[in-house]
Design a protein around this ligand. Structure first.
Ligand SMILES: C[S@@+](CC[C@H](N)C(=O)[O-])C[C@H]1O[C@@H](n2cnc3c(N)ncnc32)[C@H](O)[C@@H]1O
Length: 202
C-alpha cells in the first residue's frame, strides 16, 4: 500500500512540476544517480547532450526503455551502484539525483562519488524527500523508518538531505523546501528539498 502511494506521489503532476524545475538548468554530459524508470526524461532541457545513468534495478532500467526510445538524447547505463561508480574523475558537466538519496544505503559515499565525478564548476541538482522541520512530523518519520525501509526498498524518511550534501563537500547554491500535496497522513513522505550545489572550494 505505502510503496504504491509513494510511487503515485512520485509521478503526480505536482512532482513533475518539481522535476521540471530541478532539471531546467542541467547542461552537457549529465550523470544521473538512481535513474529509476526515467521519470525525469521528459524534463531534460536542450542544453543536455547525454545521460549516464546509474541504476541497480534491471526492472527500473527496463521500465525506462520506452521513455528513452522517444528521447533524442543518448543514454548509457554506466553502473549499478552510486556508491562506487567506475568513471574517471571530473568526467561529467552536471549531476542529477531525484528521490534516491533516501534509498541509497550510504548516501554520503554516493555524494562523494558525485563530487569526484563532476568537472570543476559542475553542479549537483537534487530533488529529494527528507527530514521535516516540523518536530511532530519528524518524530513520525523516525518512527516509520523501519517499516518504510522494509516496504520501500531501503527508503528512509528522516534523512537530512541538506546536511548530507554539505557533508560530502558541496556548497549549496540554492535550496527550496517543498511540501508535496497530499492527505495529512502522507506528511512524513511529503517534505522535500529542491536545489543545486557546487563543489566547495578546498
Ligand atoms: C524512489 S526511486 C527514485 C527513482 C528516480 N530517481 C525518480 O526520481 O523517479 C529510488 C531509486 O534509487 C535506486 N537506488 C537504490 N540503491 C541505489 C544505489 N546504491 N545506487 C544508485 N541508485 C540506487 C533505486 O533502484 C531506485 O531507482
Amino acid at each position: 500500500m505505502v510503496p504504491v502511494m509513494v510511487e503515485k506521489m512520485l509521478s503526480a503532476g505536482a512532482v513533475h512540476k518539481q522535476r521540471h524545475a530541478v532539471c531546467q538548468d542541467l547542461s552537457g554530459k549529465v550523470l544521473e544517480v538512481g535513474f529509476g524508470s526515467g521519470l525525469n526524461i521528459s524534463h531534460y532541457p536542450e542544453a543536455v547532450t547525454g545521460i549516464a545513468a546509474v541504476e541497480p534495478s534491471d526492472r527500473g532500467w527496463e521500465m525506462s526503455r520506452e521513455r528513452r526510445s522517444i528521447s533524442p538524447l543518448p543514454y548509457e547505463r554506466i553502473g549499478l551502484d552510486g556508491q562506487d561508480i567506475a568513471a574517471d574523475d571530473a568526467s561529467f558537466d552536471d549531476a542529477l539525483i531525484t528521490f534516491s538519496l533516501c534509498t541509497i544505503p550510504d548516501p554520503d559515499r554516493a555524494l562523494r562519488e558525485v563530487r569526484r565525478l563532476l568537472r570543476p564548476g559542475g553542479r549537483l541538482f537534487f530533488l529529494e524527500h527528507g527530514l521535516s522541520p516540523v518536530e511532530k512530523v519528524a518524530t513520525w518519520q523516525r518512527r516509520l523508518d523501519p517499516m518504510e525501509r522494509r516496504l520501500a526498498g531501503g527508503c528512509e524518511l528522516s534523512r537530512d538531505i541538506p546536511a548530507m550534501v554539505r557533508r560530502a563537500g558541496f556548497e549549496i547554491d540554492s535550496i527550496e523546501e517543498i511540501d508535496l500535496p497530499g492527505p495529512a497522513v502522507m506528511r512524513p513522505w511529503a517534505h522535500g528539498f529542491r536545489g543545486h550545489a557546487s563543489v566547495a572550494p578546498a
